[in-house]
Write a protein that binds this ligand. Structure first.
Ligand SMILES: NC(=O)C1=CN([C@@H]2O[C@H](COP(=O)(O)OP(=O)(O)OC[C@H]3O[C@@H](n4cnc5c(N)ncnc54)[C@H](OP(=O)(O)O)[C@@H]3O)[C@@H](O)[C@H]2O)C=CC1
Ligand SMILES: O=C(O)C1=N[C@H](C(=O)O)C[C@H](O)C1
Length: 247
């Protein structure tokens, strides 16, 4: 496939490596510098775009790809409050968008088990639940997209928690969540690639369910596999749809 890389930072560069390894070509690399002059004509003819840019650019990048008829895989997080609008636009245009807060196999298995765990513990009100995420200090959004997906998986089967709230430790006053609020605690530490933990605590014990990324390679390979999966499809998809264990 001919691939456009929208964003050529930490992720874009690793994605390039995996794309070439899997026999694809890089059609165009876009970063903050050449993005302002980019038009739909410049990207027509590519098979797919892969966006790992910045939250403020993701929407414009998706719009450009819809206009040009280029399918797009979106790994960028921090725009999910616009999800329904983007979905409607994608379907109206007859375009192809696949998005995901996390493309690694490990985290997608984690999402699956997280929902099962939440269901299993639902009758046992003595457990309170909390989500923690740790990322590098350069991260622009909080909470992480992955933590939001985890929180949504818990909220699906909880009849106690109604919504999530977020606190970034060290950056703001500590939040004491109300009983119906699911706390997502964010930590920004050095160069941590991404660690997510779900904690269920009762008076007598604690269950910890944790995923630690050792590098960004799992995210990058997953994004290329997602682009291969999207090839030839029309519609609005989530990365979860790629995995058989979700069927
Ligand atoms: N879904 C997943 O599995 C994962 C998602 N992510 C998400 O991916 C995103 C990128 O992460 P990361 O690579 O670490 O970030 P970086 O900051 O390392 O890279 C961001 C890149 O985007 C470029 N950029 C800025 N503005 C634009 C624009 N308007 N159009 C295109 N590119 C632009 C920057 O250009 P310049 O260098 O010129 O400023 C830079 O190359 C984040 O939102 C992160 O949360 C990260 C890992 C995994
Ligand atoms: O910004 C990052 O680095 C990451 N972002 C994604 C997120 O917001 O969940 C995925 C991964 O945890 C790394």
């Amino acid at each position: 496939m001919n691939i456009i890389l929208l964003g050529y930072g930490k992720m874009g560069q690793i994605i390039e490596r995996y794309a070439l390894k899997r026999g694809h070509q890089i059609f165009l690399v876009v970063d903050e510098h050449n993005r302002p002059n980019l038009t739909a004509d410049d990207i027509r003819g590519a098979d797919v775009a892969i966006d790992f840019s910045v939250p403020s650019a993701a929407l414009d990048n998706m719009n450009l790809c819809l206009e040009a008829g280029v399918p797009i895989v979106v790994g960028t997080t921090g725009w999910y409050d616009q999800l329904e609008d983007v979905k409607a636009k994608c379907l109206a245009f007859g375009g192809s968008i696949l998005y995901g807060s996390n493309f690694s196999i490990g985290v997608n298995v984690f999402f699956h088990i997280n929902r099962m765990l939440a269901k299993a513990l639902q009758p046992y009100k003595q457990y309170d639940v909390q989500v923690e995420e740790i990322h590098h200090i350069h991260k622009l959004d909080a909470p992480s997209g992955t933590a939001i997906t985890i929180a949504e998986g818990i909220l699906e089967s909880s009849d106690v928690k109604t919504n999530w709230v977020n606190t970034v430790v060290g950056e703001q006053d500590e939040i004491i969540p109300k009983p119906q609020e699911l706390l997502i605690e964010s930590h920004r530490i050095e160069e941590v690639p991404g660690t997510h933990t779900v904690l269920y605590s009762s008076e007598v014990d604690q269950i910890e369910f944790k995923h630690t990324a050792h590098s960004r390679d799992g995210f990058a390979l997953g994004a290329v596999v997602a682009a291969e999966w999207l090839n030839g499809k029309k519609g609005f998809y989530q990365v979860t749809e790629i995995f058989d264990f979700n069927k």
